[in-house]
Design a protein around this ligand. Structure first.
Ligand SMILES: Cc1ncc(COP(=O)(O)O)c(C=O)c1O
Length: 408
Protein backbone atom coordinates (compact mmCIF):
# COMPACT_ATOMS: atom_id res chain seq x y z
CA UNK A 1 0.00 0.00 0.00
CA UNK A 2 1.22 3.46 -0.80
CA UNK A 3 1.02 5.33 2.46
CA UNK A 4 2.26 8.64 3.71
CA UNK A 5 5.28 8.80 5.97
CA UNK A 6 4.46 9.08 9.67
CA UNK A 7 6.46 12.31 9.73
CA UNK A 8 4.23 14.01 7.16
CA UNK A 9 1.59 14.70 9.81
CA UNK A 10 3.88 17.30 11.39
CA UNK A 11 3.44 19.63 8.43
CA UNK A 12 0.73 21.67 10.14
CA UNK A 13 0.43 25.43 10.05
CA UNK A 14 -1.72 27.13 12.68
CA UNK A 15 -1.22 30.34 10.70
CA UNK A 16 -2.91 29.08 7.54
CA UNK A 17 -5.26 26.41 8.88
CA UNK A 18 -8.45 28.47 8.36
CA UNK A 19 -7.52 29.40 4.78
CA UNK A 20 -9.97 26.92 3.21
CA UNK A 21 -12.90 28.23 5.22
CA UNK A 22 -11.83 31.82 4.46
CA UNK A 23 -11.74 31.00 0.75
CA UNK A 24 -15.21 29.44 0.90
CA UNK A 25 -16.61 32.47 2.71
CA UNK A 26 -14.98 34.77 0.17
CA UNK A 27 -16.55 32.79 -2.68
CA UNK A 28 -19.92 33.42 -0.99
CA UNK A 29 -19.24 37.14 -1.23
CA UNK A 30 -18.07 37.76 2.36
CA UNK A 31 -15.28 40.30 2.91
CA UNK A 32 -12.78 38.69 5.29
CA UNK A 33 -10.55 40.80 7.55
CA UNK A 34 -7.35 38.82 7.30
CA UNK A 35 -5.18 39.26 10.39
CA UNK A 36 -3.66 35.78 10.50
CA UNK A 37 -0.43 36.12 8.54
CA UNK A 38 2.53 38.47 9.01
CA UNK A 39 2.86 39.68 5.47
CA UNK A 40 4.03 43.33 5.37
CA UNK A 41 4.19 43.41 1.56
CA UNK A 42 0.40 42.95 1.48
CA UNK A 43 0.00 46.30 3.31
CA UNK A 44 3.15 48.33 2.51
CA UNK A 45 4.22 48.24 -1.15
CA UNK A 46 7.76 46.86 -1.48
CA UNK A 47 10.02 49.97 -1.83
CA UNK A 48 10.44 51.15 -5.44
CA UNK A 49 14.25 51.10 -5.33
CA UNK A 50 14.11 47.36 -4.55
CA UNK A 51 11.58 46.68 -7.31
CA UNK A 52 13.75 48.66 -9.77
CA UNK A 53 16.80 46.60 -8.79
CA UNK A 54 14.81 43.40 -9.34
CA UNK A 55 13.73 44.54 -12.83
CA UNK A 56 17.29 45.63 -13.62
CA UNK A 57 18.57 42.17 -12.60
CA UNK A 58 16.06 40.55 -14.96
CA UNK A 59 17.07 42.88 -17.80
CA UNK A 60 20.74 42.07 -17.23
CA UNK A 61 19.93 38.40 -17.65
CA UNK A 62 20.35 37.30 -14.03
CA UNK A 63 17.79 34.58 -14.53
CA UNK A 64 20.15 31.66 -14.13
CA UNK A 65 21.07 29.63 -11.05
CA UNK A 66 23.24 31.65 -8.69
CA UNK A 67 25.99 30.12 -6.53
CA UNK A 68 24.14 27.71 -4.24
CA UNK A 69 25.13 29.72 -1.15
CA UNK A 70 24.07 33.00 -2.76
CA UNK A 71 25.67 35.79 -4.81
CA UNK A 72 28.79 37.31 -3.16
CA UNK A 73 27.28 40.85 -3.39
CA UNK A 74 24.39 39.81 -1.14
CA UNK A 75 26.48 37.80 1.33
CA UNK A 76 28.92 40.75 1.62
CA UNK A 77 26.03 43.17 2.17
CA UNK A 78 24.66 41.02 5.00
CA UNK A 79 28.08 40.83 6.70
CA UNK A 80 28.41 44.63 6.32
CA UNK A 81 24.98 45.29 7.82
CA UNK A 82 25.70 43.09 10.83
CA UNK A 83 29.12 44.70 11.31
CA UNK A 84 27.84 48.27 11.10
CA UNK A 85 24.50 47.87 12.82
CA UNK A 86 25.04 45.11 15.35
CA UNK A 87 28.79 45.11 16.06
CA UNK A 88 29.16 41.55 14.75
CA UNK A 89 32.30 40.26 13.12
CA UNK A 90 32.02 37.71 10.31
CA UNK A 91 32.68 37.49 6.59
CA UNK A 92 30.57 36.66 3.55
CA UNK A 93 31.96 33.10 3.75
CA UNK A 94 29.97 32.62 6.95
CA UNK A 95 26.65 33.37 5.19
CA UNK A 96 24.37 30.96 3.31
CA UNK A 97 21.44 32.46 1.40
CA UNK A 98 18.25 30.40 1.52
CA UNK A 99 14.74 30.54 0.09
CA UNK A 100 13.36 32.29 3.13
CA UNK A 101 14.03 31.55 6.79
CA UNK A 102 11.60 28.69 6.22
CA UNK A 103 14.17 26.85 4.09
CA UNK A 104 16.89 27.79 6.59
CA UNK A 105 14.89 25.96 9.30
CA UNK A 106 14.73 22.88 7.09
CA UNK A 107 18.51 23.01 6.45
CA UNK A 108 19.35 23.52 10.12
CA UNK A 109 17.22 20.63 11.33
CA UNK A 110 18.47 18.34 8.58
CA UNK A 111 22.03 19.28 9.49
CA UNK A 112 21.76 18.92 13.27
CA UNK A 113 18.95 16.57 14.25
CA UNK A 114 18.87 12.79 14.16
CA UNK A 115 15.62 10.97 15.04
CA UNK A 116 15.16 10.90 18.81
CA UNK A 117 17.34 13.95 19.46
CA UNK A 118 15.92 17.23 20.66
CA UNK A 119 16.09 21.02 20.74
CA UNK A 120 14.95 23.72 23.11
CA UNK A 121 12.15 26.02 21.95
CA UNK A 122 10.62 28.68 24.17
CA UNK A 123 6.83 28.80 24.28
CA UNK A 124 5.20 30.65 22.70
CA UNK A 125 7.34 29.90 19.64
CA UNK A 126 6.99 30.65 15.93
CA UNK A 127 4.91 27.60 14.97
CA UNK A 128 7.02 26.21 12.07
CA UNK A 129 10.07 25.75 14.38
CA UNK A 130 8.28 22.78 15.91
CA UNK A 131 7.10 21.35 12.58
CA UNK A 132 10.56 21.43 11.01
CA UNK A 133 12.13 19.93 14.15
CA UNK A 134 9.60 17.09 14.16
CA UNK A 135 9.87 16.52 10.41
CA UNK A 136 13.55 15.73 11.09
CA UNK A 137 12.54 13.24 13.78
CA UNK A 138 13.40 15.58 16.65
CA UNK A 139 11.46 16.34 19.82
CA UNK A 140 11.05 19.62 21.62
CA UNK A 141 12.12 20.42 25.15
CA UNK A 142 10.15 23.50 26.13
CA UNK A 143 11.52 26.56 27.83
CA UNK A 144 9.08 29.38 28.58
CA UNK A 145 8.55 33.07 28.08
CA UNK A 146 6.64 34.31 31.13
CA UNK A 147 3.57 36.35 30.35
CA UNK A 148 3.52 37.79 33.87
CA UNK A 149 7.08 39.09 33.28
CA UNK A 150 6.14 40.88 30.08
CA UNK A 151 7.14 37.76 28.14
CA UNK A 152 10.74 37.71 29.34
CA UNK A 153 12.42 34.28 29.25
CA UNK A 154 12.50 32.15 32.39
CA UNK A 155 16.10 31.00 32.14
CA UNK A 156 16.49 29.66 35.68
CA UNK A 157 13.62 27.18 35.31
CA UNK A 158 15.10 25.81 32.08
CA UNK A 159 18.61 25.66 33.53
CA UNK A 160 17.31 23.73 36.53
CA UNK A 161 15.45 21.31 34.30
CA UNK A 162 18.46 20.69 32.09
CA UNK A 163 20.63 20.10 35.18
CA UNK A 164 18.10 17.77 36.80
CA UNK A 165 19.06 14.85 34.56
CA UNK A 166 15.40 14.31 33.72
CA UNK A 167 15.81 15.30 30.07
CA UNK A 168 17.15 12.07 28.62
CA UNK A 169 17.43 12.97 24.96
CA UNK A 170 20.53 14.46 23.41
CA UNK A 171 19.81 18.15 22.83
CA UNK A 172 21.46 19.93 19.92
CA UNK A 173 20.29 23.52 19.80
CA UNK A 174 18.39 26.24 21.57
CA UNK A 175 16.27 28.57 19.46
CA UNK A 176 15.31 32.10 20.42
CA UNK A 177 13.31 34.66 18.42
CA UNK A 178 14.19 38.27 18.96
CA UNK A 179 12.06 40.36 18.43
CA UNK A 180 9.48 37.68 19.04
CA UNK A 181 6.67 36.28 16.96
CA UNK A 182 3.96 35.91 18.35
CA UNK A 183 4.44 38.15 21.43
CA UNK A 184 6.30 41.13 19.94
CA UNK A 185 8.82 41.11 22.81
CA UNK A 186 12.33 42.49 22.36
CA UNK A 187 14.69 40.68 24.74
CA UNK A 188 17.03 42.72 26.92
CA UNK A 189 20.78 42.36 26.87
CA UNK A 190 20.93 40.65 30.28
CA UNK A 191 18.54 37.91 29.17
CA UNK A 192 20.54 37.39 25.99
CA UNK A 193 23.80 37.13 27.95
CA UNK A 194 22.20 34.53 30.20
CA UNK A 195 21.14 32.58 27.11
CA UNK A 196 24.73 32.58 25.85
CA UNK A 197 25.89 31.22 29.24
CA UNK A 198 23.14 28.62 29.28
CA UNK A 199 24.07 27.42 25.78
CA UNK A 200 27.72 27.12 26.82
CA UNK A 201 26.88 25.30 30.04
CA UNK A 202 24.73 22.73 28.26
CA UNK A 203 26.72 22.44 25.03
CA UNK A 204 23.92 23.69 22.78
CA UNK A 205 24.17 25.57 19.49
CA UNK A 206 22.49 28.92 20.16
CA UNK A 207 20.25 29.98 17.26
CA UNK A 208 18.78 33.47 17.15
CA UNK A 209 16.03 34.29 14.65
CA UNK A 210 16.48 38.03 14.10
CA UNK A 211 14.18 38.47 11.12
CA UNK A 212 12.47 41.47 12.84
CA UNK A 213 15.72 43.15 14.01
CA UNK A 214 14.78 46.58 12.61
CA UNK A 215 11.10 46.49 13.57
CA UNK A 216 11.59 47.75 17.11
CA UNK A 217 9.69 50.60 18.79
CA UNK A 218 8.25 52.01 22.03
CA UNK A 219 11.83 52.88 23.05
CA UNK A 220 13.15 49.29 23.00
CA UNK A 221 16.74 48.46 22.02
CA UNK A 222 17.68 45.42 20.00
CA UNK A 223 20.95 43.52 20.60
CA UNK A 224 22.09 40.80 18.24
CA UNK A 225 23.30 37.48 19.59
CA UNK A 226 26.17 37.84 17.11
CA UNK A 227 27.52 40.67 19.26
CA UNK A 228 27.34 38.72 22.53
CA UNK A 229 28.09 35.13 21.58
CA UNK A 230 31.64 35.43 20.22
CA UNK A 231 33.40 32.19 21.21
CA UNK A 232 30.09 30.31 21.67
CA UNK A 233 28.81 28.18 18.77
CA UNK A 234 25.89 30.17 17.41
CA UNK A 235 23.85 30.93 14.31
CA UNK A 236 21.80 33.90 13.21
CA UNK A 237 18.83 33.40 10.96
CA UNK A 238 17.45 36.37 9.15
CA UNK A 239 15.80 37.25 5.87
CA UNK A 240 14.44 39.85 3.52
CA UNK A 241 10.74 39.16 4.12
CA UNK A 242 9.98 41.59 6.95
CA UNK A 243 12.57 44.41 7.18
CA UNK A 244 12.95 44.58 3.39
CA UNK A 245 9.22 44.18 2.94
CA UNK A 246 9.47 41.44 0.33
CA UNK A 247 7.84 38.25 1.62
CA UNK A 248 7.20 36.96 -1.89
CA UNK A 249 10.86 37.14 -2.91
CA UNK A 250 11.58 34.16 -0.61
CA UNK A 251 15.03 35.11 0.63
CA UNK A 252 16.58 34.17 3.94
CA UNK A 253 20.10 34.14 5.38
CA UNK A 254 21.86 31.80 7.79
CA UNK A 255 24.98 33.18 9.41
CA UNK A 256 27.43 30.94 11.26
CA UNK A 257 30.21 33.22 12.48
CA UNK A 258 32.35 30.85 14.62
CA UNK A 259 35.48 28.91 13.70
CA UNK A 260 35.03 26.25 16.42
CA UNK A 261 34.44 22.63 15.37
CA UNK A 262 30.63 22.68 15.76
CA UNK A 263 30.30 25.91 13.75
CA UNK A 264 32.69 24.74 11.03
CA UNK A 265 30.83 21.43 10.67
CA UNK A 266 27.44 23.14 10.51
CA UNK A 267 28.69 25.64 7.94
CA UNK A 268 29.90 22.83 5.71
CA UNK A 269 26.64 20.94 6.09
CA UNK A 270 24.55 24.03 5.30
CA UNK A 271 26.56 24.51 2.12
CA UNK A 272 25.94 20.85 1.21
CA UNK A 273 22.19 21.37 1.77
CA UNK A 274 22.31 24.49 -0.41
CA UNK A 275 24.14 22.62 -3.19
CA UNK A 276 21.43 19.99 -3.18
CA UNK A 277 18.73 22.47 -4.16
CA UNK A 278 21.01 24.32 -6.60
CA UNK A 279 20.12 27.98 -5.98
CA UNK A 280 17.74 30.44 -4.39
CA UNK A 281 15.89 33.11 -6.40
CA UNK A 282 18.65 34.86 -8.39
CA UNK A 283 17.08 38.24 -9.40
CA UNK A 284 15.64 38.62 -5.89
CA UNK A 285 19.17 38.32 -4.50
CA UNK A 286 20.34 41.27 -6.62
CA UNK A 287 17.32 43.27 -5.50
CA UNK A 288 17.94 42.61 -1.80
CA UNK A 289 21.69 43.30 -2.17
CA UNK A 290 20.59 46.76 -3.37
CA UNK A 291 18.11 46.90 -0.47
CA UNK A 292 20.93 46.31 2.00
CA UNK A 293 23.50 48.55 0.29
CA UNK A 294 21.31 51.58 -0.37
CA UNK A 295 21.32 52.74 3.25
CA UNK A 296 19.57 56.08 2.62
CA UNK A 297 16.58 54.57 0.77
CA UNK A 298 16.32 51.72 3.26
CA UNK A 299 16.36 54.04 6.27
CA UNK A 300 13.54 56.06 4.74
CA UNK A 301 11.41 53.00 3.90
CA UNK A 302 11.88 51.12 7.18
CA UNK A 303 11.52 54.34 9.20
CA UNK A 304 8.09 55.04 7.72
CA UNK A 305 6.97 51.43 8.06
CA UNK A 306 8.04 51.11 11.72
CA UNK A 307 6.38 54.41 12.61
CA UNK A 308 3.07 53.21 11.21
CA UNK A 309 3.41 49.78 12.81
CA UNK A 310 4.17 51.35 16.20
CA UNK A 311 1.01 53.47 16.00
CA UNK A 312 -1.14 50.52 14.90
CA UNK A 313 0.24 48.09 17.50
CA UNK A 314 -0.22 50.58 20.35
CA UNK A 315 -3.70 51.50 19.18
CA UNK A 316 -4.80 47.84 18.86
CA UNK A 317 -3.24 46.83 22.20
CA UNK A 318 -5.06 49.67 23.92
CA UNK A 319 -8.39 48.70 22.34
CA UNK A 320 -7.88 45.04 23.27
CA UNK A 321 -7.08 45.93 26.87
CA UNK A 322 -10.43 47.68 27.19
CA UNK A 323 -12.13 44.31 26.76
CA UNK A 324 -13.18 42.15 29.71
CA UNK A 325 -12.58 39.06 27.55
CA UNK A 326 -8.89 39.50 26.68
CA UNK A 327 -5.69 41.09 27.91
CA UNK A 328 -2.33 41.71 26.25
CA UNK A 329 1.16 42.92 27.12
CA UNK A 330 2.11 45.88 24.90
CA UNK A 331 4.62 44.67 22.27
CA UNK A 332 7.78 46.62 21.44
CA UNK A 333 8.83 44.80 18.29
CA UNK A 334 7.60 42.90 15.19
CA UNK A 335 3.87 43.47 14.43
CA UNK A 336 1.93 40.88 16.39
CA UNK A 337 -0.34 41.14 19.39
CA UNK A 338 -0.89 38.02 21.48
CA UNK A 339 -3.80 38.48 23.90
CA UNK A 340 -4.81 35.93 26.50
CA UNK A 341 -8.49 35.02 26.30
CA UNK A 342 -10.42 34.98 29.53
CA UNK A 343 -11.80 31.47 29.00
CA UNK A 344 -13.72 31.58 32.28
CA UNK A 345 -15.99 34.18 30.75
CA UNK A 346 -16.40 32.44 27.38
CA UNK A 347 -18.57 29.58 26.21
CA UNK A 348 -16.11 28.39 23.56
CA UNK A 349 -14.15 25.20 24.24
CA UNK A 350 -10.66 26.44 23.38
CA UNK A 351 -8.72 28.92 21.25
CA UNK A 352 -9.12 26.70 18.17
CA UNK A 353 -12.90 26.81 18.38
CA UNK A 354 -12.63 30.54 19.08
CA UNK A 355 -10.78 31.33 15.82
CA UNK A 356 -12.93 28.96 13.74
CA UNK A 357 -16.23 30.42 14.96
CA UNK A 358 -14.91 33.98 14.83
CA UNK A 359 -14.07 33.54 11.16
CA UNK A 360 -17.39 31.90 10.33
CA UNK A 361 -19.54 34.36 12.27
CA UNK A 362 -17.63 37.65 12.16
CA UNK A 363 -15.39 37.11 9.12
CA UNK A 364 -12.20 37.97 10.99
CA UNK A 365 -9.31 35.55 10.43
CA UNK A 366 -6.76 35.12 13.26
CA UNK A 367 -4.32 32.38 14.30
CA UNK A 368 -4.84 30.29 17.46
CA UNK A 369 -2.32 30.57 20.28
CA UNK A 370 -2.12 26.82 20.84
CA UNK A 371 -0.41 26.56 17.43
CA UNK A 372 2.44 28.58 18.98
CA UNK A 373 2.51 26.40 22.11
CA UNK A 374 0.37 28.81 24.21
CA UNK A 375 -3.25 27.76 24.59
CA UNK A 376 -6.01 30.26 25.42
CA UNK A 377 -4.36 32.95 23.27
CA UNK A 378 -5.02 34.45 19.86
CA UNK A 379 -2.51 36.07 17.53
CA UNK A 380 -3.52 39.27 15.81
CA UNK A 381 -1.37 40.74 13.03
CA UNK A 382 -1.38 44.54 13.39
CA UNK A 383 -0.32 45.44 9.84
CA UNK A 384 -3.73 46.64 8.68
CA UNK A 385 -4.64 50.31 9.16
CA UNK A 386 -6.30 51.54 12.37
CA UNK A 387 -9.77 51.62 10.88
CA UNK A 388 -9.55 47.95 9.85
CA UNK A 389 -8.02 46.97 13.20
CA UNK A 390 -10.73 48.87 15.02
CA UNK A 391 -13.47 47.10 13.03
CA UNK A 392 -11.83 43.71 13.65
CA UNK A 393 -11.51 44.29 17.39
CA UNK A 394 -15.15 45.44 17.61
CA UNK A 395 -16.19 42.24 15.83
CA UNK A 396 -14.06 40.13 18.21
CA UNK A 397 -15.73 41.93 21.11
CA UNK A 398 -19.21 41.29 19.64
CA UNK A 399 -18.30 37.65 19.23
CA UNK A 400 -17.14 37.41 22.86
CA UNK A 401 -20.32 39.07 24.13
CA UNK A 402 -22.44 36.66 22.12
CA UNK A 403 -20.51 33.66 23.44
CA UNK A 404 -20.08 34.86 27.01
CA UNK A 405 -21.19 32.90 30.02
CA UNK A 406 -23.92 34.64 31.89
CA UNK A 407 -22.56 36.22 35.09
CA UNK A 408 -24.04 34.66 38.24
C1 LIG B 1 10.10 34.54 13.54
C2 LIG B 1 9.93 34.21 12.09
N1 LIG B 1 10.89 33.51 11.46
C3 LIG B 1 10.75 33.19 10.17
C4 LIG B 1 9.64 33.55 9.43
C5 LIG B 1 9.50 33.10 7.99
O1 LIG B 1 10.22 33.90 7.18
P1 LIG B 1 10.48 33.68 5.62
O2 LIG B 1 9.47 34.49 4.90
O3 LIG B 1 11.88 34.21 5.45
O4 LIG B 1 10.39 32.22 5.33
C6 LIG B 1 8.63 34.28 10.04
C7 LIG B 1 7.42 34.66 9.29
O5 LIG B 1 6.42 35.09 9.80
C8 LIG B 1 8.78 34.62 11.41
O6 LIG B 1 7.85 35.30 12.05
Amino acid sequence: MIGLSKRSRYAVSAIREEDLLAEKLRSEGKAIIKLNIGDPAAYFPTPKYIIDAYIEALKKGHTDYSYATGIPELRKAIAKKYRERHGADFSEDDVVVTQGVSEALQFINNSLIDPGEGAVLFTPYYAPYLSYLKLSGGEVVEGHYREEKNWDIDIDALDERLRSGKVKRHLKYLMVTNPNNPTGTVLGRKTLESLVNLSNDHDLMLISDEIYDEIVFNGANFTSIAKLAKGTPHMIIHGASKCYDSTGFRLGFVIVPGEDKASTDVKRSLRDMANLRLSSNTPAQYAIAEGLNNAAEHRKAIGEMVKRIEGQVNFAAQEINRSRFMKTAVPNGAFYIFPRLNMEKLKVKDDKEFVQKLLAEENVQLARGSGFGAKDHIRIVALADRETLSTAISRIENFCERHSKREA
